[in-house]
Design a protein around this ligand. Structure first.
Ligand SMILES: [Fe+2]
Ligand SMILES: [Fe+2]
Length: 331
């Protein structure tokens, strides 16, 4: 082959490399632009769902029924757009009758499914069809209904692992400035998209100390500790008590639990879990039955001594087992 022809061939190859590189760069620019547009759309959609109407705020009833004791209702693991409508309806009915002074939400109130990285099973992929926008809208509506039904004097919300994952996502976006991380938090984190501050609901982050508790994410109300996640063991209540050596309410397992124990150095202590209010068989569990149970906790606290009676209320197939009793005792 003559030299000139060989040179031409090299030039042709080089030229085609340049064209391919330019085409790759153009493709990357287009992809980046598409991602920017999708992000802007998501932000707009979230803004619409947050500010469509003013959120329901706490409006305490002027007088609470009963003896002057504090009535507290504790529930957890609603999981936003994956909530169980019948179980939620049962809770709302009982909240109206109980009219609690205080409500405590134990975390995983909103599902934040798209921010979970662990459950990449086929079922989970199907569940990602639920958008975060829908999740936020449903959770806001549920909060409105809960505050309307309960009219509590105070409301508390303990961050669950599902809420926390949005915060972790915001923190791990490799943005150059902490202000950008703050922007992502303000735009996406449950604390903000559910407008908890505007509603008068206090939020307790997992990664912060609260009150005089010496473990992050733990909160103490009237002689009992509260924490979202403490153990996945079958005997999670026993594990929780072993770790706390005190009265403890924990969540996350989605299974109701009550375990009292008398320890010589401590006295009588117990652990409770209210169960969940989400659909009992998520697709990501595939063929494994979950053993999850629906329910909530009600606690009657003596203002004089601080002693209390805490009781698990079972909700089965959308029926609260306490509802008949509560209705017969209602004034
Ligand atoms: Fe949960
Ligand atoms: Fe959880």
């Amino acid at each position: 082959m003559p030299t000139t022809s060989r040179r031409s061939l090299v030039e042709i190859v080089n030229a085609s490399k340049v064209t391919a590189a330019e085409s790759d760069a153009a493709q990357a620019r287009a992809q980046l632009e598409a991602e920017r547009r999708a992000h802007a759309e998501t932000v707009k959609a979230l803004e619409r769902s947050r500010f469509a109407k003013a959120p329901k705020k706490i409006t305490p009833a002027t007088s609470k029924a009963g003896t002057g004791d504090i009535v507290e209702v504790i529930f957890s693991d609603v999981h936003g757009n994956k909530h169980d409508p019948a179980a939620m309806a049962a809770l709302l009915g009982d909240l109206k009758t109980l009219s609690p002074d205080r409500i405590i939400i134990g975390g995983d109130f909103i599902d934040c499914g798209g921010f979970l990285a662990e459950h990449h099973t086929l079922g989970y992929v199907a569940e990602t069809e639920d958008s975060y926008e829908d999740d936020v809208a449903v959770s806001n509506s549920l909060l409105d209904q809960i505050l309307h039904a309960a009219s509590p004097k105070e409301a508390h919300y303990i961050e669950g692992n599902h809420e926390w994952r949005v915060e972790r996502w915001a923190l791990t976006q490799r943005l150059a400035h902490h202000k950008d991380v703050d922007l992502l938090r303000r735009t996406f984190c449950p604390e903000h998209v559910l407008r908890l501050k505007d509603r008068g609901i206090r939020y307790y982050r997992q990664g912060q100390m609260h009150g005089d508790c010496d473990t992050p994410g733990w909160v103490k109300f009237d002689k009992a500790f509260f924490v979202h996640k403490i153990s996945n063991a079958r005997d999670a209540a026993g594990q929780a008590m072993a770790k706390a050596a005190a009265n403890i309410v924990f969540f996350d397992t989605h299974r109701a639990a009550f375990k009292p124990m008398h320890l010589p150095g401590v006295g009588l202590i117990s652990a409770w879990n209210p169960g969940c209010l989400c659909k009992r068989q998520p697709l990501y569990a595939n063929t494994r039955p979950t053993e999850w149970t629906h329910g909530y906790l009600v606690r009657f606290i003596s203002r004089r001594t601080g002693n209390f009676q805490m009781t698990n209320i079972t909700i089965n197939e959308g029926t609260s087992y306490a509802s008949l009793l509560l209705k017969s005792k209602a004034p």
